[in-house]
Design a binder for this molecule. Structure first.
Ligand SMILES: *Cc1c(COP(=O)(O)O)cnc(C)c1O
Length: 416
């Protein structure tokens, strides 16, 4: 009897898609690019919150080992905030578990409407739309522009969620990272353009000069789309993100998009724009129309998260985060071993190692000493720029940073 469920892998021939599949996996492994998941649970940090302890992203447990986590995007440490956890419980009491339908059917609750209203007030935009993820929001944004026949001009390093959607179209042009002179050349060459860039670049931690970009956009009657996934909540007055940090008003950013999954500590994303653009998305975006809306309790919890972010406590968390980042940068300049610290003033602090093999050896060493950092390799970053992506969060303390620096010192000294 032949077993249809477990084909004889050895006998798969060229021409069968599984032959190609095995070849691709082998080549990923050969290039040290093969990815695997690990089970990683947050731990209760012992010296924080007195009232009730919640697991913090600053310390995690992997394979039974405790590690300090420098790989998360929980910039303000809000994933462990007791008030947000309470709000989530309250949200379940008010709205139940799931929404059971997409937003255009019966999945748009009072909690979703209130959250959109809050973000509308905050950004001063005509309308705000919630999406289930930043990935979905960027797909929707790019596809809308392509379907409207715009010429898209993008920073070469924009997030994969934008790059991915581009391949449905032809009219897109990319400029060298943060090089606004190159962007201007494209603006001179094409009409009916939209510029796509990020507030804080996820793998480099740097930012474009937004004041300069805004004047370019006005000069050429272009349209500016900003993905502020790593800026919103984490920087700027009241956590209003990169525009606020650089003294640019939301009214100068035509479309402002941010995730609610990073500094906000939960999940989802929003797009703030003029009313017509949001109406167009509601009516045409497949990501919006054909996906069940996120549970209402998430929206309810996000309202609490945003109030913390925009208030006094948010200011204190950002101040603490900036102090830790400054301390790290000051000390990291003295690290041995030919590594390059990128010029980032945000809590994303990449150290360029270059070679995949050396990066992986360093990463294994750090893990063995209880330090977890992102080990980012091509194709996520350009070839030859494999890096440690260190993210500092407000859930860390000074001792955590001292331990990180000491361990990096040992790693770079012993692995050359
Ligand atoms: C994380 C990220 C996204 C995707 O957001 P999710 O909510 O995680 O899907 C989009 N853009 C940038 C720049 C990001 O870093």
């Amino acid at each position: 009897m032949t077993n249809l469920e477990t084909p004889d892998i050895k006998n798969i021939e060229n021409g069968d898609f599984r032959y190609l599949l095995r070849g691709q996996l082998k080549s990923l492994k050969d290039n040290l690019q093969f990815r695997k998941r690990v089970v990683c649970d947050p731990l209760c940090k012992t010296d924080t919150v007195e009232i009730e302890r919640y697991p913090s992203s600053a310390e995690v447990i992997i394979d039974g080992r405790k590690m300090i986590n420098f790989a998360s995007n929980d910039y303000l440490g809000l994933t462990s905030h007791p008030l947000i956890t309470e709000a989530l419980k309250e949200g379940i009491k008010l709205y139940g578990a799931g929404t059971g339908a997409s937003a255009l059917v019966t999945g748009h609750t009072t909690a979703h409407a209130k959250l959109e209203e809050y973000l509308k007030e905050l950004t001063g935009k005509e309308k705000v739309l919630l999406l289930n993820s930043g990935f979905a929001a960027n797909q929707a944004l790019i596809k809308a522009h392509l379907s409207l026949g715009a010429n898209l001009i993008l920073d070469r390093l924009v997030h994969a969620s934008m790059q991915q959607a581009l391949f449905n179209g032809k009219n897109f042009y990319r400029y060298e990272h943060n090089n606004l002179k190159k962007a201007e050349r494209l603006l001179q060459k094409y009409e009916n353009t939209s510029i796509f860039t990020e507030g804080v670049f996820s793998m480099d931690g740097d930012s474009p000069d937004l004041q300069q970009l805004v004047s370019l956009v006005r000069k050429y009657h272009s349209y500016l789309v900003l993905d502020d996934a790593h800026g919103f909540g984490a920087c700027g007055i009241s956590g209003q993100g990169t525009p606020a940090k650089q003294g640019v008003s939301f009214s100068d950013i035509d479309i402002y998009m941010a995730t609610l999954s990073k500094a906000c500590g939960l999940c989802g994303a929003f797009i703030a724009a003029d009313g017509d653009f949001i109406d167009y998305l509601v009516n045409t975006s497949k990501e919006y129309i054909y996906s069940t809306s996120a549970p209402a309790y998430i929206a309810h919890g996000l309202l609490t998260s945003l109030k913390i972010i925009n208030g006094e406590e948010g200011n204190a968390l950002r101040k603490h985060l900036n102090e830790l980042t400054d301390y790290f940068r000051k000390e990291a300049r003295n690290l041995p071993g030919n590594v390059i610290l990128l010029p980032s003033s945000t809590s994303i602090q990449p150290l360029i190692i270059g070679d995949n093999k050396r990066l992986m050896e360093i990463s294994v060493f750090l893990k063995s000493k209880g330090i977890l950092c992102g080990a980012i390799r091509p194709p996520t970053v350009p070839a030859g720029t494999a890096r440690l992506r260190i993210t500092i969060t407000a859930a860390h303390d000074r001792n955590d940073i001292t331990r990180l620096l000491q361990t990096l010192y040992d790693a770079f000294n012993s692995i050359t």
